[in-house]
Design a protein around this ligand. Sequence first.
Ligand code: KG4
Ligand code: ZN
Length: 343
Amino acid sequence: MSTQKIYILGIESSCDDTSASVICDGKVLSNIVANQEVHAKYGGVVPELASRAHQQNIVPVVQQAIEQAGITKKDLSAVAFTRGPGLMGSLLVGTSFAKSLALGLNIPLIDVNHMQAHILAHFIKEENGKIPPFPFICLTISGGHTQIVKITDHFDMEVLGETIDDAVGEAFDKSAKILGLPYPGGPLIDKYAQQGNPKAFKFSKPKVGNLEFSFSGLKTGILYFIQRNVKENPNFIKENLYDICASIQHTIIEILMDKIKNAVKHTEIKHIAIAGGVSANSEIRKRLQMAEKHWGWTTYIPKFEYTTDNAAMIAISGYLKYLKNEYSDVSVTAKARLKVTEL
Ligand code: KG4
Ligand code: ZN
């Protein structure tokens, strides 16, 4: 058997982060992320501006990832890239760059499903890190998705339940917008919530199926609650910001925890992972750690840098496909819509 090291370059450009990462035999050597500040003042990602920023960022970001890994591009075994889902203009930048690089270096090109990659980030080899055994359940919570997924093998996934309207990240971001906070508001709600009382205000939870999610009613409830109170006291938000954030966050995390409990009951699987941008949330991380003690689950919480969009998760997915010789043809195209179950 060959003992040659396998170096995979991962490229992520599906939304508003340009990222490149090099991993060697499943271990991360570099993971560079260039965030795009340009969207903050618009209250959301502006697709045109995102693709333009990707074009500016991609060469220096890839160069930095290769340099920081201490290798040269000639050492690379394959180039993996995000094929979708995401914003078409953004995906195209990463896709065409990855194709040309793989062609130029004459190495395999590997397309990766961004949603699968969020989950597969759990297979990055870390010192003292635990890797989930099959089958396990993953709660995938990001700005675009909210799903409970059963993972039977690296690329064998089944969606057990998902949101019927907004994603949980949107619930955080839209609530933040109502409070006048800049985009993306999720991390800010998390920050302010730490100083507030989670029981100060009560918001009602949605009534949907056992494994389904719904956040649009909650968003409207929060909007009316704020409008009502601001009418009586124009300084309501300012005077109660920490308590409002803590109460919103508490309601959202309660909903997520209820659904995971339902999934455990439904599947009898007690290996529980979380993935996606919202898994950076300090409250969900805390609650899952507590669930280990309380309910005997084994939980898998990604390292902070592998929660929001990053290329290390693309590179590890590429590595797992490389081991199976699953390469893409150069005619592969970006796909804005791609289900987590699609290869
Ligand atoms: O996975 P991600 O980086 O991008 C998508 O693929 O959507 O997720 C971004 C989402 C945003 O909605 C952001 O507000 C949310 O993750 N987010 C958080 C936190 N950090 C990021 N939400 C709550 N608490 C956080 N600490
Ligand atoms: Zn994502």
